[in-house]
Design a protein around this ligand. Structure first.
Ligand code: SF4
Length: 95
């Protein structure tokens, strides 16, 4: 990861597009679902200073919760196994 630190929803979208491109994923094409996740990430960044996954519960333990900062540690395995991450933000490439 680079030191990009998106804050707003628009910045989050640009960041997610770049992330997807870099790692060979697609973003969810459902604009409503995509927007909801991006909004959740931006809200988390604003409230907590980190892009905590909007689809997972924070424990409140900063060390532990590091694992669920987007892109979370589960992304790669989830996309490989289910074709999408838990939030449906990042999807496997179309085959
Ligand atoms: S499940 Fe998806 S949106 Fe949530 S943190 Fe992981 S990669 Fe990001």
């Amino acid at each position: 990861m680079s030191d990009r630190d998106p804050v707003t929803e628009e910045e989050m979208r640009a960041w997610a597009e770049e992330e997807a491109r870099e790692h060979g994923y697609r973003l969810n094409e459902d604009e409503r679902q995509l927007g909801a996740v991006l909004k959740g990430l931006a809200r988390s960044r604003e409230r907590f200073g980190e892009r905590y996954c909007p689809c997972r519960i924070r424990s409140g333990d900063t060390e532990k919760d590091r694992a669920i900062i987007c892109p979370c540690v589960h992304r790669e395995a989830e996309v490989a196994e289910q074709g999408r991450c838990h939030c449906n933000l990042f999807l496997a490439p179309e085959t």
